[in-house]
Ligand binder design. Sequence first.
Ligand code: APR
Length: 315
Amino acid sequence: MARKKIALVGAGQIGGTMALVLAQKQLGDVVLIDIPQTEGMPKGKALDIMEGRSVMGTSCNLSGSTDYADIAGADVVIVTAGVPRKPGMSRDDLLGINCGVIKTVGEAIKNTAPNAFVIVITNPLDAMVYNMQKVTGFPSNKVIGMAGVLDSSRLACFVAMELGVSAEDVKAVVMGGHGDTMVSLYDCVSVGGIPLSRLMSKEKFDELAKRTAGAGGEIVNLLVRGSAFYSPATSAIKMAEAYLLDKKSVLTCAVKLDGEYGVKGLYCGVPCVIGANGVEKIFDLSSSMNDAEKAAFANSVEACKKNADWVDANT
Ligand code: APR
């Protein structure tokens, strides 16, 4: 069986970290792609990881390029191309600049890798993945956004820290848009199979949910130059792995809703099943959500719609 090919468009902080993780997990051969102004950077990162393969115990090949033609034939394309936020900026402040980047990259993917599963990370996420699907014209099960996996992992981390337990044993669901309006579900957190309500008050959970909604900004303020990259990278690889290995993983991803949650034609973060056919199922939790959760989700959908409308009006 031929090795899988994974193209990473954007070879910056997240792109470089994803290349390392992909090599360690031996998921396929990797090509890192960036703009010509970065000169040798994508080639340098690829070669650097290649030189570590003997100690890592992996045989994947990595290469770097500034030519979109090298996306050709990719099974998976993960897009971080664009600019990250600086302190004081919201993700929405990146809308104008990153929308143009996604258009260029989307056209290249459409022409060179028409069968690829596309994962978008560029912010503002929900609008950028909406734009990517529009530009490529790919079916919506093959174009998704990475945000919910990360937001859910952040909440799981804070719950684990609070309880003094392994983060690995905490599972959480944070849905909605990837911004201040994201919604953390109290009764969807489990700790080693135990519902969180048996271990933590709703008041304490609300504090952790608030920290989760601001977690990206907390990192931006600490890093000063750039935004989070280790956890976004590992979150995206979890999604790529689910697709490449047909795992049927239940992950919260930005997917195009088609009537679920009463929403049609809009990308928003919801729990779904990822396997060899991309998005294979969307779980509609709306009938079991309480009124406060429903209202918070509707508010988040509204935020996604505002940015999607901006994309429609400006592209
Ligand atoms: N084609 C390919 N690469 C591009 C393009 C383009 N048209 N435009 C910009 N890039 C590259 C930049 O040159 C840079 O190397 O995208 C890379 C982005 O990397 P970083 O600036 O290090 O940003 P990173 O932290 O990786 O975040 C990327 O993900 O989480 C989001 O908000 C974040 O939108 C940002 C994106």
